[in-house]
Design a protein around this ligand. Structure first.
Ligand code: PRX
Length: 657
């Protein structure tokens, strides 16, 4: 858990531009109570605002908890809703996606694409044609997408969704091993990748990484390669094809009938880190997922047809799936996507994107905000942020200082700005301010209150609600649309991870407090997951990478607070006998971990010790390691095997500080 700042429970801010929407927390609580007590009827009324091919037979099948099914047997198609409906309406020539590639230098990017709904419709249909007619894929098959932030990524997602093909997007910053694990687990038949992607002026050699991954996979029959960077790559005969070559053979006006997918059919699998080495394939349904997106696009983002929405995340994460691709397109608005980094080649690229496209709704992260803040306000002098009428942050707790700074700089202290809590598993936002509905006053750093119909609470170890301002565990008591169907291929793990700590109640794994007004403040992970710059990493994943290194005997990785990234991982390593502890080895260990897991898994420091705090049964006590280095009480150490190990950790840490 990383929060170590004091929380302004009492401070209340009313954004002047939304004054008419403001209600008191106690009134909101009443509205929330009514919706949540009648949650099935309530969610049914929201879902009925979507276009269904066939209505559902039952709102919620709760006969086999926790494997809930929403809007059972209702027929709906995500691609039809996000594309066809708009392409067949006045929105045909409206811009669906504004995309800009990584600029080479200066303010103006070389490549910008404005893709209208009409064009998106044509492209999605042609790609669906490829999936169906060229590769013979059908409903229920799985494909993996390992692509940079280029328009082909959402297009492939939408084309797969059109056919009920389950897609699994693998973040393009992941390594060959991580990609292979995800392909194997999903049993993907097709891999779509690119020759490379641009990031900070360098090419990320995606095809080379994919080739390495494919050495360890058995399900992938074909590989489609999008040309992006034109670097040299090897193409394997019979397996690899350039996307362009296949695409140009598809009739221009190809039309592929959208499948009448059932609400409870899987739409996608997205892998996320947990407390063990193997990533969890979170499976999302179709009807429930679209319902939570429709609700949150309206309540949280107050979306209007004239909006230009910019979510600064990567589509490889859930934030991108939900609020770059499906959410905005479902509502028929314009979504902005960019390749590269927010601060490259100029530190204020992000400000320039807002200005150039007239972004009205901004959704970003605390780490991004803190990195902008570090440069000081002068960098943004003269920038025009006046188009932005609403913004939120996501991914990790936002410190009040960063909140205030961004609220002043971009929000001119007059527009709603919240910190929305949710996670890969929830599909959409769960706790937030709701400027599109009724707005409770803002407080710097709070998450606001649970959405109507979301029965969230904070409880102690026994499952009883905590007192105001007392730390406890966040839970969600009732099922909600957008919840996972299961963990792909591992339903027992789904029950164990989320539904067992408090039987019958969903446990996300976060610490939280509720203040006396009923506002929620999520404090950070209660388990061995860390959030590095908002990215979710399992300490166990990093440890497994380390112990696979020939020099390493044992390793413990913990997250420590970091002023910029929220948290960073540090490792305590016991070397094998005969290995020399030196700077060179540290460097090679760090490179090794990046190679095994991906560049996002950079260890901030490595400490060599001769023993680690362990229980008598041999389990590493990360809790103790973390307490020692964050200067917290170590707590109960009666099960500790060797107390001297605590001193070792302390000494190693102090010496290098
Ligand atoms: O710890 C919480 C943190 O991010 C975790 C979920 O990570 P992920 O599945 O990668 O999804 C991130 C984007 C939806 C949560 O368990 N988290 C997310 N949003 C917030 C947050 N912590 C505090 N405040 C937030 N707004």
């Amino acid at each position: 858990m990383s929060v170590n700042w004091s929380l302004p429970f009492e401070e209340k801010i009313i954004p002047s531009k939304y004054q008419s929407k403001v209600i008191s927390p106690s009134i909101y609580k009443e509205l929330h109570k009514i919706a949540t007590e009648n949650y099935k009827e309530f969610w049914a009324s929201i879902a009925s605002q979507l276009e269904w091919f066939k209505p559902w037979e039952k709102v919620l099948d709760d006969s086999n908890p926790p494997f809930y099914k929403w809007f059972v047997s209702g027929e709906i198609n995500a691609s039809y809703l996000a594309v066809d409906r708009h392409a067949k309406s006045w929105r045909k020539n409206k811009v669906a996606i504004i995309w800009e590639g990584e600029p080479a230098e200066g303010d103006k990017p070389k490549e910008v694409r404005y893709i209208t709904y009409g064009e998106l419709y044509r492209e999605v249909n042609r790609v669906a044609y490829i999936l169906k007619e060229v590769y013979g894929l059908k409903k229920g098959d799985a494909i993996s997408l390992y692509l940079p932030m280029i328009p082909e990524l959402p297009i492939f997602m939408l084309a797969a969704a059109r056919l009920g093909i389950i897609f699994s997007v693998v973040f393009s910053g992941f390594s060959a091993q991580a990609l292979a694990d995800r392909i194997n687990d999903a049993r993907a038949k097709l891999l779509v990748t690119a020759d490379g992607g641009w990031r900070r002026g360098k090419i990320v050699p995606l095809k080379d990484i994919a080739d390495k991954a494919l050495e360890n996979t058995s399900t992938v029959e074909k590989v489609l390669v999008v040309k992006r960077t034109n670097n040299n790559i090897t193409m394997k005969e019979g397996r690899d094809e350039f996307f362009d070559n296949v695409y140009k053979q598809v009739p221009l006006n190809a039309y592929v009938e959208p499948e009448r997918t059932k609400s409870e059919d899987p739409l996608f699998i997205l892998y996320t880190s947990g407390t063990t080495g193997k990533p969890k394939g979170i499976v999302h349904d179709t009807g429930g997922y679209l319902t939570i997106l429709h609700a949150t696009m309206n309540w949280v983002f107050d979306i209007k047809d004239s909006d230009i929405m910019w979510t600064t995340a990567d589509i490889g994460w859930i934030t991108g799936h939900s609020y770059i691709v499906f959410g905005p397109l479902l509502e028929g608005v314009t979504t902005v996507m960019y390749e590269g980094a927010l601060d490259y080649p100029n530190p204020d690229r992000w400000a320039s994107i807002i200005e150039r496209y007239g972004v009205t709704i901004l959704y970003t992260s605390p780490t991004a905000i803190r990195s902008f803040m570090k440069l000081g306000e002068d960098v943004y002098k003269g920038r025009d942020f006046s188009s932005v009428r609403l913004m939120h942050s996501v991914g990790e707790p936002i410190n009040p200082e960063a909140f205030r700074w961004f609220f002043r700089l971009v929000g001119k202290e007059s527009i709603p700005f919240g910190s929305t809590w949710w996670m890969t598993e929830t599909g959409g936002i769960m706790i937030s301010h709701l400027p599109g509905l009724y707005l409770i006053p803002l407080k710097p750093g709070t998450n606001g209150m649970p959405l109507p119909g979301i029965d969230a609470d904070v409880v102690n170890e026994n499952g009883n609600p905590t007192k105001p301002e007392e730390r406890g565990y966040l839970v969600i008591r009732k099922p909600w649309p957008g919840m996972p169907l299961t963990i792909w291929g591992d339903p027992d793990r789904y029950v164990k991870v989320y539904w067992s700590k408090f039987p019958g109640i969903f446990y996300p794994g976060d610490f939280a407090v509720k203040d006396s007004d009923g506002y929620f403040w999520i404090l950070g992970r209660a388990d061995e997951v860390i959030k590095v710059a908002g990215h979710r990493l399992g300490t166990y994943e990093l440890e497994s990478a380390l112990i696979h290194h020939p020099a390493v005997a044992e390793a413990a990785v913990v997250g420590v607070p970091d002023p910029l990234k929220g948290e960073v991982p540090v490792a305590f390593v016991v070397l094998k006998v005969g290995q020399k502890a030196n700077e060179e080895l540290k460097k090679s260990l760090n490179e090794w971990v990046r190679e095994q897991v991906g560049p996002i898994a950079s260890l901030s420091s490595i400490y060599f010790v001769s023993k680690l705090p362990k229980t008598r049964s041999g389990k590493i006590m990360r809790r103790v390691v973390k307490a020692v280095i964050t200067n917290q009480p170590v707590g109960d150490v009666t099960t500790l095997e060797d107390e001297a190990s605590v001193e070792e950790v302390k000494k190693a840490y102090e010496e290098l500080k």
